[in-house]
Design a protein around this ligand. Sequence first.
Ligand SMILES: Nc1ncnc2c1ncn2[C@@H]1O[C@H](COP(=O)(O)OP(=O)(O)O)[C@@H](O)[C@H]1O
Ligand SMILES: [Mg+2]
Length: 215
Amino acid sequence: MNFEKLLGVGAEAYLYLIKWFDAEAIKKVRVPKKYRDSKLDLFIRTSRTIREAKLLTAARSIGVPTPTVYYVDTDDSTIIMEYIKGQRLKELFLSLNSLVQKEICLKIGELIALLHENGIIHGDLTTSNMILHGSGHIFLIDFGLGEFAYDIEARGVDLHLMMRALESTHYNIAKDCFNYILEGYSRISGVNISKLVLLKVNEIRSRGRYIRKRR
Ligand SMILES: Nc1ncnc2c1ncn2[C@@H]1O[C@H](COP(=O)(O)OP(=O)(O)O)[C@@H](O)[C@H]1O
Ligand SMILES: [Mg+2]
């Protein structure tokens, strides 16, 4: 490896742009957190690395665009994966006109439902973890907090996070966006499942309100 550029420091990892054979690639290294017990820290970093590599690969195999995993080193909590050239939806979203925003939200909903129908929970659905590729495809990244699960509770938690993320980053359009995401979701999962998942989202939301009120 003769070229390595630090792209950024994420919530739990350092991201480098590197050259992997002839291709540009991303190296994601989960770094130790000093406030965690060192054994626990190593366990968390290793398990999230393995989890992320497995989920990225599983998602890709069912047709959800994710970076191809090139290499995993569990000793160093490192994943080397395809570099997705594009813009993060977080930065891009507000600059788009409302029709394009709607199309993107519908697509996001379809992708989330496709994951869920195949027992894949993303675990951190935010617009920071979605990249609009030059091809027009939306890529999902950052599966380290995900899991394999089919139940409505897990689906609801996943979508609830999406809703919270929209509210915190794109407050003015969060409601419309979430409704379009749900519409996309029901195109894949069907109306009945979508209703159950939405009920769960609302239940989780009201639990949160209750906890906040009691503080
Ligand atoms: N495969 C990739 N292609 C392009 N950019 C990426 C890729 N993986 C990560 N990034 C960039 O690095 C940022 C942080 O990576 P991410 O996997 O989300 O780590 P964290 O867990 O620290 O949030 C992303 O928001 C994105 O901008
Ligand atoms: Mg992230």
